[in-house]
Design a protein around this ligand. Structure first.
Ligand code: THU
Length: 155
């Protein structure tokens, strides 16, 4: 038997270790949680995308009484970005989440469907999307969406 090991590098950082651009995008993601419509989960998620042209696009989770109709913050932001700036690669994504007690101390990671959706944009433009996952105590940084979705489906 042969075996492969797939390594996913996750950098664990403090606020002080981030550069100015990264801090700004995290602030945008935190602000985006204010647009969340989440009466069912009471879990507000915000996403902010930095495009190659410098535009920042924000999104938040939008829920529905028919639960599967809801959409995550990441895809709300991503599809708006792709629809509004169809020729602009996404370079950086920040995600923040809060519950009734405030922003979470540890980061949340994007769900599988969001990873797959983000991967399409990453592959479409052939440029990696760096990811910042915000927590009050620690921040995760990843180099690409592909690293979050190993063994991606390809045709
Ligand atoms: N949610 C997001 O918006 N992004 C994620 O990465 C994970 C989950 C939303 C979906 C739902 O509105 C709420 O968080 C609870 O799952």
């Amino acid at each position: 038997m042969d075996a492969k090991e797939i390594i996913c590098r996750v950098e664990v950082l403090s606020w002080d270790e981030l550069n100015e651009q990264e801090r700004r995008l995290i602030d945008e993601a935190k602000r985006a949680t204010e647009g969340s419509y989440s009466p069912y989960s009471k879990f507000a998620v915000g996403a902010a995308l930095l495009l190659e042209n410098g535009e920042v696009v924000r999104g938040s989770n939008q829920e529905n009484v028919s639960y599967p109709c809801g959409l995550c913050a990441e895809r709300t932001a991503l599809y708006y970005a792709n629809a509004t700036y169809p020729d602009q690669p996404v370079r950086l994504l920040a995600i923040a989440a809060r519950n009734a007690e405030g922003f979470l101390s540890s980061p949340i990671t994007p769900c599988g469907a969001c990873r797959q959706s983000l991967l399409e944009t990453e592959n479409r433009f052939g440029k990696p999307i760096s990811v910042l996952l915000y927590g009050e105590q620690k921040i995760y940084r990843l180099r690409s969406i592909a690293s979050l979705l190993p063994l991606q489906f390809e045709m």
